[in-house]
Design a protein around this ligand. Structure first.
Ligand SMILES: [Zn+2]
Length: 157
């Protein structure tokens, strides 16, 4: 299963992704010795791969109705159509080739429903607004509407 870093590097390039997700070592690695500046928080990527696989397995075993997982809401469908990035793997349920990733950012002064991170320009705006945010990557199948949280990570402001 592709990771978000692969997804971003495909779309934005590794360097762009690295500037978006700042890790604790990045400032010292750049040699900036501005002692009074607190170190940024670590930005580990949280993977929901195991939870996703449990859902898939329960559906494939027949323990859970497929409708409970192929239930993308209207807004998520719209975002998947307009801003989804095609993933290099088939849908785990219908085996279709239209599985996309969409990213939402949540944080102070952002909409309660999150802001869609549609492209690098939007990503840079969020990164440079001076406030941290949490980004959630959701995979959505545009054929059967399977959807599941895939990864999340912090982006320091
Ligand atoms: Zn599907």
């Amino acid at each position: 299963m592709a990771q978000i870093s692969d997804w971003y590097s495909t779309r934005l390039g590794h360097r762009a992704f690295a500037t978006l997700v700042e890790v604790t070592t990045s400032r010292s690695a750049q040699g900036r010795q501005q002692a009074p500046t607190p170190a940024p928080k670590t930005s580990a990527v949280v993977s929901y791969r195991l939870a996703r696989q449990r859902v898939v397995d329960s559906i494939l075993r027949g323990d859970r109705p497929i409708e409970t997982a192929c239930d993308a809401q209207a807004e998520l469908r719209r975002v998947a159509h307009n801003c989804g990035t095609l993933l290099p793997e088939p849908c785990p349920l219908c085996d279709g080739s239209d599985l996309v990733a969409v990213t939402f950012a949540f944080g102070a002064s952002l909409p309660r429903s999150g802001r869609v991170v549609a492209d690098l320009g939007e990503a840079r705006k969020l990164r440079n607004r001076g406030r941290p945010s949490t980004w959630y990557v959701i995979e959505v199948c545009r054929q059967c509407w399977w959807n599941h949280l895939r990864e999340s990570f912090e982006v320091s402001g």
